[in-house]
Design a protein around this ligand. Structure first.
Ligand code: PCA
Length: 206
């Protein structure tokens, strides 16, 4: 069976929950046709990537699906690209806000996701879940772990590990005090993640 690592984040920015990890916790793992590991990461620039890279070395997953909250977005965003830049006006959960810092001084400018982004889009559309391919995962902690993971995999010279990032909108409960803000029920986000895992497993086996 393929080995899948799913990561989400702790809450940040004054939110009580982070839909990324809330949805991961609700996945019906028995139903999936793979072995799955889950990891909740801190919203802290280098601590998050260090923890994740350690787990990657321990687990040696075939597929790595990183998930984070993108409050305000109107769909599940299938991220296409990770860029070599940390830049944030908003401090992370340890109070650090890097400005215009490269993540890896000698690393390339960017990496593409190696998840089957178009197949994922088709599956989510077929399930009537709002989704789209996004060309920017931002320059905050999500992009940081996305780039750091892709860079680590590049150093390992492994082309068989699929990895990429999915941003999810706020859940319905999170927007009660945020008028005019898009949200999705947590059950839809969970369903989307289950479909994403299954699509990646199918495509990996092709
Ligand atoms: N979203 C943030 C970091 C943690 C999360 O869930 C981001 O988009 O960078």
């Amino acid at each position: 069976m393929l080995r899948v690592l799913l990561t989400g984040f702790e809450p940040f920015g004054g939110e009580k929950i982070n839909p990324s990890f809330e949805a991961i916790k609700r996945i019906d793992f028995q139903k999936l046709s793979c072995e799955t590991w889950v990891l909740e990461l801190p919203v802290v620039f280098y601590e998050s990537s260090k923890l994740l890279i350690e787990r990657i070395h321990e687990i040696k997953p075939d597929i790595i699906i990183m998930v984070g909250q993108a409050g305000g977005r109107k769909e599940i965003s299938i991220e296409r690209i990770a860029i070599n830049l940390d830049d944030s006006k908003v401090p992370d959960n340890k109070g650090v806000a890097p400005r215009q810092d490269p993540i890896s001084v000698f690393g390339p400018v960017a990496y593409f996701s190696t998840l089957p982004i178009h197949a994922i889009q088709r599956e989510l559309e077929d399930a009537n879940i709002p989704c789209g391919i996004s060309n920017s995962a931002g320059t905050y902690v999500c992009n940081h772990i996305f780039y750091s993971t892709m860079h680590e995999l590049a150093q390992l010279h492994t082309t068989k590990t699929m990895a990429g990032f999915i941003h999810v909108p706020y859940t319905t409960d999170q927007v009660i005090d945020k008028p005019q803000t898009f949200s999705l029920p947590i059950s839809d986000i969970t369903k989307a993640l289950e479909l994403i895992v299954e699509t990646c497993v199918t495509e990996h086996l092709l």
